[in-house]
Design a protein around this ligand. Sequence first.
Ligand code: NA7
Length: 536
Amino acid sequence: TPVQEAIELDVAIIGAGLGGLYAIHRMRGLGFKTRAFEAGSGIGGTWFWNKYPGARCDIESLEYSYSFDDDLQQEWRWPERYATQPQILAYIQHVAERFDLMRDVQLNTHITEATFDTDINRWILKASNGQIISARFCIMATGNLSTPRVPDFKGIDTFEGKWYHSGMWPAEGVDFTGKRVGVIGTGSSGIQMIPLIAQQAEHLHVFQRTANYCLPARNGPMERDHESAFKADYRKRREEARHSGFGVSGYPAPTQSALDVTEEERRKNYEMLWERGGTIGFLTCYSDVLVNEEANETAAEFVREKIRSTVKDPKVAALLTPTDHPIGTKRLCLDTGYYETYNRPNVSLVDVRSAPIQEITPKGLRTADQEFELDAIVFATGFDAMTGALREIDIRGIDGTRLADKWNGGPTTYLGLMVAGFPNMFIVTGPGSPSVKSQMIHSIEQHIDWVSDLLKTAVERQVHRVEADMEAETNWVSHVNEVADATLYPKANSWYIGANIPGKPRVFMPYVAGVGTYRKVCDEIAADDYRGLKLS
Ligand code: NA7
């Protein structure tokens, strides 16, 4: 057999979502020969795959966008306050065209192996189509919520209807008109699609294991005055976001405790936030909502009351009322008509906490106490978050150590960006970085900018390896845990802690000190001659 010639690159990028595309732009800026390998048949990552009805970003469009180019942010017009999946995908395609990124994107290419060759200090990648790529540096822009997870239900192959997962939605869409539909899962994805599927379906059964806190989006067409005022201030706004908690402007760090104000004042504030819409306001309204249970309970109870006053059937309202976790410790959901949907006669809520789903049958599904006939089942059951996509690639570092083995007890990284024993490899929004606890595009830009500066230094110093120290990594992991332990986050069985995947080690993955703090730490480390890294 002929020996396949390797594609030689300076930087191989895995993934062509918002992270991979920005990485192409920056790596080109350094004069590197680069290419992004994307498994999908189109660019966009999350916004390519999640085409389910109602898919929308829960961060306002003027914030959830690239900040690296002022003309881009000034010229782009967002039609709505919160952009839909097609609108975000159109934006991503525009950016790719505007910066001529597609010539360095290779679609339909699934990278299956990545091995660091210690002799030549290069990453050797293999793709499922047999291609071999040799690159000096490797950037993993593989996404945090990119490995869809369908629970291991018995009988799924026997189902005679059609089933779907929110993260693998058919490009042509799905028409549920006249169908008996079951949606399993009430996280952000379920909550966005349920009101829309309910409008089409003959009957919709929602199978809920855990009730979530949902806040109203108050979405609407972009108000031109708001847009112009925002754009006039764009640079200042972006700068503010870079030093904020969640990477979004307009929410200064709170200083007042929820317990230091009267109940009346608190209620007035919550009511104002409820009317304004969005989730960040609730997370940043008082200094202790995410660290003190009593303070948290004031916000949680406010939302519970809203549920009870919206949902007409008290039994259904009780089921929809979250009591098992503090508000904000799982991703807060942003809804449009979610609770109201349960007042429709064609929608029923099924509690699969008390009577779990036992199997999928040819005609539908069976819980511990009932059988349901369904024409379609939608799994809104989430993802193998933060580590899933990386573990799917057979990544081997120095001495052949497998990343999956190293991470058996949970992911360990330095700054969420690098892994000891895996030189010249960088992760975008990896575990141990603020990633999913931030406006994701903000974090993508910050990570890739930081890595770019590091690579520029590596080239200037003519080093062959850039590597995280084991000790620095261990200290960072402890720090990430200490920060999380000082908050209420670990009190929820969330995907932040791997709780949604049976057998996944329970390690709190995001760094929750805030993006401003994280940026400061990253910048200090760079200024301190890349403390914790070996450049050799
Ligand atoms: P999530 O937030 O992980 O939600 C998944 C939902 O599916 C959640 O309600 C789960 O209940 C439910 N689930 C998972 N497995 C089962 C089984 N076996 N039986 C019943 N119910 C189940 O995923 P999303 O896609 O909604 O959102 C992911 C992120 O995308 C979101 O946080 C935003 O950042 C954007 P559970 O709570 O585990 O009891």
